[in-house]
Ligand binder design. Structure first.
Ligand SMILES: *[C@@H]1O[C@H](CO)[C@@H](O)[C@H](O)[C@H]1NC(C)=O
Ligand SMILES: *[C@@H]1O[C@H](CO)[C@@H](O)[C@H](O)[C@H]1NC(C)=O
Ligand SMILES: *[C@@H]1O[C@H](CO)[C@@H](O)[C@H](O)[C@H]1NC(C)=O
Length: 692
């Protein structure tokens, strides 16, 4: 700043020379002032940041959390029962530890390879992750050499940096190869002579399904592999090997865990950004919630949730649904009773509903909530209620600068994107149809002079006048590739969050989604960390009880929500064990990849109830004890579970409960006081109930 000011000063001083020293002084003050104004403008104007990005990067990120109370010391608070209920570990699962090492005799990969396996993976972030793990397992199963898989979503994407492509766009190749050295042989590319053959499409290729069995690989793929010494596997269903393997292949499940949780780390630049985002989230010293809405257009279309939107998004979802029906992805009618689907727990919870549940559970209005996901279908509009209930709702974009994102993207050419403008010929006809097509609230038809093109805001343009979805532009293809990187950042934030709550756990093919992978990873890595595994059917019923007055819940309702959420921390596991595991092993890698450590006798001796591990859900009961070398860790003091079970809490039943009231008027001040008193009351009651 000083340097710039002096430069401005110099100009003036040069002209006027030595005549009036104070003119220079005024110049200095003025130029300082103008630069300050520029900085302020840059901070508060959209686009300003990027304009200044080369010179003032350091200023362009500003901490977003208000009212940071630094006295909230995490360690002191852990003793506090309310804090424990909101942020503390799930005691019952504290004995589960990650343990993915091989258990029986496990040989290094044999020297003689049966051939090369070349894998092409299609799909989104979570599908890629599942598929890579399966590719490694298949290679080990066949004693083959794995060529670093090719990710179609990045190789076929136009306009992304050539610096990073394919696997290396997302993941760290060297780390991947090094971490799996004892499991499979991995090479970066095919040997020269096979490369040529591949280019000429002369190598045998298998399109494998996500339920392919080990038998299929041993009896159909292996003979071809032995004959040609190379095969290509095309994986497009989010996996290439059945999720549940027969008991004698249990070692391969642990291999899946080693791949997913130890070998797959993101490219260095991505890891760096994720670490930065996490640091910024934690800068205030407070814990945070990660929330993955799971509201993608595909999932909403697959489950027929279109009518939950009541706006242009309904048409967009139905458009997708009819496309899926044409392709046989869904069997069923185009129009579906969305309300019924929701009652059956088959639709994502809306951000508003999740906000209400969190407020009811006791999270205060200033709780930090990280919204994950490359896409919240329905747009920012759908997040407004959440923003109204919570002050500090943030996401990737508010915690990073565009300069940092650009660094992650790599060197990308400036695209000059040609916007296809449809000739406005049929407009009048469509206009009529638009006017007469039913009672649903609809967006306004496009104004006649407006050029119609396809972008987030322009969607309604083509919905109104064309039945065909416009081709993706180069820019959109690039954004789609970038989504993978965003999801990578979100993935790490969600895995490491103090609390995780998913809005939905299925993708657009009815399979476990991004949030499921996160939940699996958390279950493996920190089993006791708080992960709300909601029963959407039960939650939907609860919400329906107060649907007419969502923001004025009474005491009894809040109590039942708390009881439900709390119970689901454990019970939700059983449902996932039966529901998700058979579709994706990584959504539930327990008990194969975990071990239990008994809580040492002196710590449980004075607890009247049976030891915690005996109350673990049945499937965890199969878990092996941890090897003795792991006993060095100190365990947190285990409390009696019963003391936390029944929480008698007094909540004032006012409309102000779920909304943070603004500071601007007198009433608001009162509202906050009430809230504070509430919290204190809860604390006291928890203390009374909890500490004996
Ligand atoms: C792979 O190698 C192991 C160890 O030599 C052997 O036991 C196994 O049968 C081989 N599998 C195949 C499919 O060749
Ligand atoms: C589709 O709709 C028809 C009549 O509207 C109904 O009889 C049929 O059961 C529906 N099919 C499915 C799969 O819901
Ligand atoms: C547990 O109870 C025994 C007597 O029953 C007592 O000697 C011991 O100090 C208690 N331990 C703790 C940690 O309170």
């Amino acid at each position: 700043m000083k340097w710039v000011a002096l430069k401005g000063d110099g100009k003036i001083a040069f002209k006027i020379k030595s005549r009036l020293k104070w003119v220079g002084l005024v110049g200095l003050v003025l130029s300082t002032f103008s630069i300050l104004t520029h900085f302020l403008l840059a901070r508060y104007t959209d686009g300003g940041v990027s304009e200044y990005q080369s010179s003032i990067t350091i200023f362009s990120w500003r901490p977003i959390f208000e009212n940071v109370d630094l006295s909230n010391n995490h360690f002191l608070l852990l003793q506090n029962p309310l804090y424990q209920r909101l942020w503390g570990p799930v005691r019952l699962l504290e004995s589960l530890h990650p343990y993915a090492n091989p258990r029986e005799n496990y040989a290094a990969p044999i020297h003689k390879t049966s051939g090369f396996i070349f894998v092409r993976i299609r799909g989104g972030f979570h599908e890629i992750r599942n598929s890579i793990c399966d590719a490694v397992v298949v290679s080990r199963l066949l004693n083959a050499t794995l060529v670093i898989p090719e990710l179609q979503s990045t190789t076929s994407s136009k306009g992304i940096s050539t610096q990073f492509k394919s696997f290396a766009y997302l993941y760290n190749e060297d780390q991947f190869m090094a971490a799996l050295a004892k499991d499979v042989k991995i090479v970066k590319t095919l040997p020269k002579h096979l490369k040529g053959a591949r280019r000429k499409k002369e190598i045998p290729s298998f399109k494998v399904s996500n339920s392919a069995s080990p038998h299929f690989y041993e009896h159909h793929v292996l003979p071809v592999l032995s004959r040609h010494s190379v095969v290509e596997l095309v994986i497009s269903e989010g996996g290439g090997l059945q999720a549940i393997l027969p008991p004698h292949l249990e070692e391969y499940q642990r291999l899946r865990c080693r791949v997913a949780y130890h070998a797959l780390s993101f490219r260095e630049e991505v890891e760096e950004l994720a670490t930065k985002v996490l640091d910024r989230l934690r800068a205030s010293g407070r814990p945070f919630i990660a929330y993955d809405p799971g509201m993608t257009r595909e999932a909403l279309a697959y489950y027929g949730c279109a009518e939950l939107f009541q706006d242009v998004h309904t048409e967009l979802i139905q458009h997708k649904r009819s496309w899926m029906i044409k392709r046989g992805i869904i069997k069923g009618n185009l129009s579906v009773d969305s309300a019924k689907q929701r009652r059956n727990g088959l639709c994502p919870l809306m951000p508003e509903e999740v906000g209400i549940l969190l407020r009811a559970y006791g999270y205060s209005w200033d709780t930090i909530i990280y919204v994950s996901g490359g896409e919240v279908f329905g747009g920012q509009k759908k997040l407004i209620p959440l923003h109204a209930m919570f002050e500090n709702v943030v996401d990737r974009t508010s915690l990073s600068t565009s300069w940092e994102l650009n660094k992650v993207y790599g060197r990308e050419a400036n695209l000059d994107d040609k916007i296809s403008r449809a000739p406005p010929v049929k407009e009048e006809i469509k206009f009529e149809a638009w006017k007469t097509s039913g009672p649903r609230p609809r967006p306004l038809p496009p104004p006649p002079a407006r050029p119609k093109y396809y972008n987030i805001e322009g969607w309604w343009g083509w919905v109104a006048e064309s039945d065909r979805e416009p081709e993706s532009t180069v820019m959109e293809l690039r954004t789609n590739a970038h989504k993978l990187l965003w999801e990578a950042v979100d993935y790490r934030v969600c895995v490491e969050a103090d609390v995780f709550i998913p809005g939905f756990d299925r993708d657009g093919k009815g399979k476990p989604n991004f949030a499921s992978l996160v939940m699996g990873h958390r279950l493996y890595q920190f089993a006791a960390s708080k992960t709300f595994r909601l029963d959407r059917k039960a939650v939907g019923k609860l919400l329906d009880e107060i649907r007419e007055h969502l923001y004025q819940a009474n005491h009894a309702w809040i109590k039942s929500v708390r009881r439900h959420l709390k119970r689901k921390l454990i019970d939700g596991l059983a449902k996932e064990f039966t529901g998700s595991k058979e579709l994706s092993f990584l959504s539930f890698p327990v008990p194969e990849c975990s071990c239990t450590r008994q809580i040492s006798p002196e710590k449980i001796s004075n607890v009247s109830s049976p030891s915690s591990s005996s109350k673990l859900p049945a499937f965890v009961g199969d878990t092996r004890s941890c090897p003795s070398w792991m006993n060095g860790y100190t365990l947190a003091q285990s409390k009696d579970k019963e003391s936390e079970e029944e929480l008698e809490e007094d909540d004032s039943t006012s409309a102000g409960l779920f909304f943070r009231q603004s500071n601007t008027n007198q009433e608001a001040g009162d509202g906050e006081t009430v809230n504070k008193e509430d919290t204190q009351m809860e604390d006291n009651e928890d203390l009374e109930g909890g500490d004996r």
